[in-house]
Design a protein around this ligand. Structure first.
Ligand code: NI
Length: 130
């Protein structure tokens, strides 16, 4: 599966945006509030590399504990798939567990995403491309 982006957990999205500008990244699209997941999101690109800055919008965000434990850090790779359900089933058969069932992601043109986990890879996001 092709890599779509790397997700970075960041405590402050303004500071992170400024720092990644210094590293050659440019913003892609507008900053977005994902109300379902309680996070602010900003995509950035540097040539073929796309990162997703993910900052907590409140205490219910899925990245709050991670930030408390290790600070700002990359924490997921997102992979593209034309068939989200089939890919989830295949990875479940390979030992992945589903952290978040398919849901629409407003930051990515309302396409559906899902999150899985396996010890050997950590958190994996799947993005439906069709
Ligand atoms: Ni992501």
């Amino acid at each position: 599966m092709k890599v779509h982006h790397v997700g970075y957990a960041v405590a402050d999205i303004d500071i992170a945006l400024s720092d990644f500008l210094d590293l050659g990244f440019s913003p892609v699209g507008e900053r977005c509030l994902d109300e379902h997941r309680h996070i602010h999101i900003q995509f950035m690109r540097n040539d073929d590399y796309v990162i997703e800055l993910v900052a907590p919008a409140n205490e219910r965000s899925p990245v709050g504990n991670l930030l408390k434990k290790v600070g700002n850090t990359p924490y997921h790779f997102c992979y593209e798939t034309p068939d989200l359900v089939a890919s989830i089933d295949r990875l479940k058969g390979r030992g992945f567990i589903v952290l978040a069932e398919p849901a629409e992601a407003p930051a990515i043109e309302i396409r559906r995403v899902a999150f899985l986990f396996k010890t050997g890879t950590g958190i994996v996001e799947l993005l439906e491309t069709s």
